[in-house]
Design a protein around this ligand. Structure first.
Ligand SMILES: [Zn+2]
Ligand SMILES: [Zn+2]
Length: 337
């Protein structure tokens, strides 16, 4: 009777399909867990599997270092503050904001000036110290944003998804962790850049250890400064990096909502002096979306663009060259005259 029933329904129903399915799900979850852990150390681990998953769900395990970065800021309750620690935090904010806007954005994403191969590697290391993943990942996602800006498929549009998603939600989801190498063939050909992209926590780790050591040495040899290894680590690394992340993110969220639109772009990008000041020039976002090929984001002398001034200074040392200017025809297409 049993064999008759078995043959009638294909033989599988007696094996309990639910148990089998839950077993597959359990195995997949285990695999996902270990893969997410592996990607803390090697950002490219199992890229094909993650790309296949195509999931917009938050990857909690993979995002744990990002959440920890925020939580560690509360360490200030225990370590207190000192002038030296706060000065280091503020200095590192500005140096690394310049590295993000000047190098990750204006060089790696848009190639608005030139440098040597060694120079390029140095720019990538500095950009990497901002703890915003590797240069290829950053450039690939940013180029994607320009292609689909505020349209279906834009990874961080506050007009397609929530404001929170455009600000920080998008970087915690599984779909956005892999580096789309097809978007950055010009960068993929350099193995040293690929190395930094794969092991994107290496430079931040070196920075964190250096800051702790610096604080501990000051504590030992200059106790009058009233700092310590932990205090320097909390201020110089965790607080500085978290503030840096959120200020950079305003360009993905607020700069598509707040300010004036000089050019008739097909997206909702805006120009804002406040955002330009906190991001060293990135707030002239409507200018940038209108003509991303130039090294300048402030198109006029009154549009303060500190990154551009610093890049000009750097060009005098001949470390970088061929800074692309804003063509006259671009300025003439302004809506505001
Ligand atoms: Zn934008
Ligand atoms: Zn851009």
């Amino acid at each position: 009777m049993v064999s008759l029933l078995q043959s009638a329904v294909g033989g599988w129903c007696l094996e309990d399909p639910f148990e089998e399915r839950s077993d597959i799900m359990k195995k997949r979850k285990e695999k996902d867990f270990f893969l997410a852990l592996a990607r803390w150390f090697d950002a490219w681990a199992g890229d094909e599997v993650v790309a296949e998953a195509d999931s917009y769900k938050i990857d909690w395990v993979r995002s744990l270092p990002f959440f920890a970065l925020h939580l560690m800021c509360f360490g200030v309750i225990w370590v207190g503050w000192s002038w030296i620690a706060v000065t280091v935090a503020v200095s590192l904010y500005f140096v690394r904001m310049f590295a993000v806007t000047g190098f990750y954005h204006r060089y790696f994403s848009h190639r608005t000036f030139k440098t040597s191969r060694w120079g390029q590697f140095a720019l990538a290391i500095l950009g990497n110290s901002a703890v915003q993943k590797g240069p290829l990942w950053w450039a690939a996602h940013h180029r994607h944003h320009h292609r689909f800006s505020d349209k279906e498929g834009d990874v961080h549009s506050p007009h397609r998804n929530s404001f929170f998603w455009s600000h920080m939600g998008w970087i915690t989801c599984r779909k956005n962790f892999p580096t789309n190498l097809k978007a950055v063939p010009d960068l993929e050909k350099f193995p040293e850049l690929c190395f930094l992209d794969r092991f994107d926590n290496l430079v931040p780790l070196i920075l964190a250890v250096s800051l702790f050591t610096f604080g501990a040495v000051l504590n030992l040899f200059a106790p009058g400064l009233e700092t310590s290894g932990m205090q320097m680590l909390i201020w110089g690394f965790f607080i500085s990096t978290t503030v840096l992340f959120h200020c950079t993110s305003t360009i993905n969220s607020l700069a598509h909502k707040m300010g004036r639109k000089r050019f008739d772009t097909s997206d909702e990008s805006r120009n804002s002096l406040i955002l330009a000041l906190i991001t060293l020039g990135e707030g002239w976002h409507n200018n940038h979306h209108h003509f991303p090929a130039t090294v300048r984001q402030g198109f006029y002398w009154w549009e303060i663009d500190i990154t551009y001034y610093l890049l000009r200074l750097l060009s005098w040392t001949r470390l970088i060259w061929e800074l692309t200017p804003v063509p006259k025809r671009v300025l003439q297409s302004s809506r505001l005259g």
